[in-house]
Ligand binder design. Sequence first.
Ligand code: NAP
Length: 291
Amino acid sequence: MKRILVIGAKGMLGRDVMGELRSSSLYDVTGWDIEEIDVRIERDTVEKISRLRPEVVLNLAALTNVDECESQAERTFSVNAEGMRHVALGAVKCGAKVVYISTDYVFDGQKGRPYVEDDVPHPLNVYGRSKLQGERYVQELTEDGVIVRTQWLFGKHGNNFVASVLRQVGEKKELPIVDDQTGSPTYTVDLAKVLSALIQREAKGIFHAVNSNTCTWFKFGQSILEFSGITGVSVRPISSRELNRQAIRPPYSGLSCQKLKQVTGMTLRPWSEALKEYVNSLREGKGPLVV
Ligand SMILES: NC(=O)c1ccc[n+]([C@@H]2O[C@H](COP(=O)([O-])OP(=O)(O)OC[C@H]3O[C@@H](n4cnc5c(N)ncnc54)[C@H](OP(=O)(O)O)[C@@H]3O)[C@@H](O)[C@H]2O)c1
């Protein structure tokens, strides 16, 4: 059995990753979150990891509120970048492999077609810069580290766009949603399977992993209402300029997953199929319909 440590185990992705890994007899899994380890503290982080002696450390711990990150650069870098450095130092000390989750926000969205793993990053916001620095630490400090870039996550165990749309349905008749940012909504349950496959195959390097097909947030919002059978509420397309959020987002950040397919044989299902399954699971009471 492979001994795996998941850091950020109580987050949205973390809970589905814990479920996926624990359902396999191949792994002996330990899950830590902020109560057990604060990745900002170097000595403590290195000591705790090296004492546990895992063979793989999956670092999901992060500050993920992209707009809040914009006004809290120091705090954001201390978790997303320096935290990754501390985790890597602990992993290297006990010979463990590192897996780090990164983001499409390392790119500026000007390419106009899907980004591949070795496209040159150029982040537009603090969150993206902090995650890119985290990637660089993995590359500098480890020999066989894995970096998995993903985007637009939704899942049962955290705040996300689907939850936010469903929450607003009870309050508003019309939801204004941006129609000038394109990406791939990605289900945490599907991404958890990818992470397990990459660990099993002892992959290394950068991978892009998202559900297939792209859409705008507006189209995503429309589909959430449609698949949930919600009527009497409409969505209205607006521009990013109109929404005027603190952090600038890339206008187009489709990610090519060809490398993932070559190495694992996996292609994630279309985001719309994953969304249908997710919305149905909420209806069946396996999660909150309105959170
Ligand atoms: N969400 C997305 O759309 C998205 C897209 C691309 C990439 N990612 C990446 O995917 C990973 C998982 O994201 P997620 O959406 O599941 O995030 P999440 O729900 O916010 O989970 C992150 C977890 O890390 C914990 N954490 C925060 N600061 C910590 C610290 N100093 N030490 C230890 N743990 C700490 C958080 O605890 P608290 O809740 O108490 O803060 C939380 O449980 C992150 O690395 C993120 O950057 C996410």
